[in-house]
Design a protein around this ligand. Structure first.
Ligand SMILES: [Zn+2]
Length: 99
């Protein structure tokens, strides 16, 4: 069965996921996972599930986790595994997932 691994960023501390101001500022120049509020303030969007795989975020959390973590967060990188196979029903195929 083919195995794929994805790196995702998780928060290890109660209080919620957040990226530090410095890290968010740096990410704003290399990826598009942010928005600007009306007042012109930067809002980082990496807390959303779909952006946790962002390679720019993953690289920063891997190399400097304390610097990358917001005030009430402790960010870490975890590897997610996805294994799948192809099931054959008399020649007609479908994908199934395993662990
Ligand atoms: Zn990003």
């Amino acid at each position: 069965m083919p195995l794929h691994t994805y790196k995702v960023v998780l928060n290890s501390r109660y209080g919620g996921f957040s990226v530090s101001r410095e890290c968010a500022k740096e990410l704003s120049s290399v990826c598009s996972h942010h928005t600007y509020l009306e007042e012109g303030e930067l809002q980082d969007l990496h807390e959303h599930e779909e952006y946790r795989e962002c390679p720019d975020l993953v690289a920063r959390v891997e190399s400097a986790p304390e610097w990358a973590s917001g005030p009430y967060s402790k960010l870490r990188v975890e590897e997610v595994l996805l294994r799948y196979g192809i099931k054959d029903h008399d020649g007609k195929e479908e994908v199934y997932y395993g662990y």
